[in-house]
Write a protein that binds this ligand. Structure first.
Ligand code: TRH
Length: 380
């Protein structure tokens, strides 16, 4: 990569879970691959990173992965020059001496706070606004989002074409699933389940078990396994375990690398996802989804949920809209899922069509990496 290409620094603190590193790693790769910029990704927890990208060597202070320079963000910060563009992901606090390095540059860098994803109305008004200043270096808000006048969503070039090709290729799907040890029973619906602890799980699983259409539930190892164990009446579930209860087969999968997770979502008829990154990826899968939103104090996450539902359900018939909204609300408040799941099943052809239409509509927006690059071009 020519030395003249702009240099970007992306800072990521892993607060909990995988969303912080999931988003920044995806963004860093895309900036390098599609915009020829040089990216250093500073991460304070390489073990979380390793789960998404097993090639990561957690011992190294500096390494290159897929064209991205990955740097361990150590507590003892060693001075470095500041880059042309500096992204603090999710309001993380930059090291003090790095801020001094930003201020010491002849041409100050573009300093951005990459915010959390929300469909709320106020995001449009705040996207791109100046935030705080450090000496003469101005910081700006950069909001991802679902509407024009936001920063858009992460979407790699050619993603939807790759997805469509895979979904039309039964043998590629079979091969991928077999690689995970999954043998889909003919006529069964395939569901992926990635969620936080959830009291609504038992009622959903009861419903699936008693359905005349068999279901095959794929559960990557993670926080939901405790609820799955309680429902099955077993302990110590691990990747590879398969349990059948009437019409429901429950299979535990290993936590797959990030690029494989897309293939899992593309293979399933219905995806339960959580947080931020898996939520967006499930939308690009073009299949109906169930979102377990990240919980926040004073239930403000429920406002975010409603804001998204308002956008997402536009264009659905009223019964289908009520079915999917009811299901999402139940899942996020831990109440019984039974009636909502039955209603969702009833409207499944319409919800399927809608998922594809929503995906195409969202893909009309500039993707987040392109929007960031454009923001920089406009700023210089
Ligand atoms: O892990 P999360 O719950 O992350 C959350 C959210 O980002 C939330 O908004 C934030 O506040 C909190 O972290 C701190 O869910 P998310 O965002 O979906 O991230 C999961 C990542 O893990 C995503 O990049 C997909 C990836 N993944 C795999 O790579 N393999 C897997 O098998 C699975 C299930 C997920």
């Amino acid at each position: 990569m020519p030395e003249t290409n702009p240099r970007w620094d992306i800072f990521c603190t892993v607060v909990d879970n995988f969303g912080d590193i999931g988003v920044t790693w995806r963004l860093a790769r895309q900036l390098v691959a599609e915009h020829s910029v040089r990216v250093r990704l500073w991460v304070d927890d390489l073990r979380a990173f390793e789960r998404l990208c097993p090639e990561i060597d957690t011992q190294l202070a500096q390494q290159w992965q897929q064209g991205v320079e990955v740097r361990q963000w150590l507590v003892e910060w060693l001075p470095v020059d500041a880059a042309d563009v500096v992204i603090a992901a999710f309001a993380c606090q930059l090291p003090a001496s790095y801020m001094d390095a930003m201020a010491a540059r002849a041409q100050p860098p573009l300093w951005l706070n990459l915010d959390y994803l929300s469909a709320e109305d106020w995001v449009v008004g705040c996207h791109g606004l100046p935030s705080v200043k450090y000496r003469h270096v101005q910081k700006y808000f950069f909001f991802p989002g679902f509407r024009q006048d936001t920063g858009g969503l992460l979407r790699e070039r050619g993603l939807l074409e790759r997805r469509r090709k895979f979904q039309q290729d039964a043998s590629a799907q079979r091969e991928f699933l077999q690689g995970l040890g999954v043998d889909r029973a003919p006529g069964s619906q395939l569901i992926s389940l990635f969620a936080y602890e959830n009291a609504g799980l038992a009622s959903w699983f009861d419903c699936l078990a008693s359905d005349s259409t068999p279901s095959h539930m794929l559960v990557p190892e993670g926080r939901i396994l405790g609820d799955v164990e309680r429902w099955l009446g077993v302990e110590g579930l691990a990747a590879g375990d398969v349990h059948v209860r009437d019409g429901l087969t429950v299979q535990v999968l290993p936590f797959v690398r990030q690029d494989q997770y897309d293939l899992l979502l593309w293979s399933c008829d219905f995806n339960a996802v959580r947080g931020e990154d898996s939520f967006v990826r499930a939308q690009w899968a073009g299949r109906p989804l169930l979102w377990h939103i990240y919980r926040q104090d004073e239930d403000i996450h429920l406002d975010k949920l409603e804001a998204f539902l308002t956008l997402y359900t536009k264009g659905l018939t009223r019964p289908a809209s009520e079915a999917i909204s009811g299901l999402w609300r139940a899942w996020n408040t831990g109440v019984t899922m039974t009636d909502h799941w039955l209603a969702t099943r009833k409207h499944s052809p319409e919800l399927q069509q809608h998922a594809e239409a929503w995906c195409l509509e969202q893909a009309l927006q500039d993707d987040l990496a392109a929007a960031l690059v454009q923001f920089y071009v406009n700023w210089i």
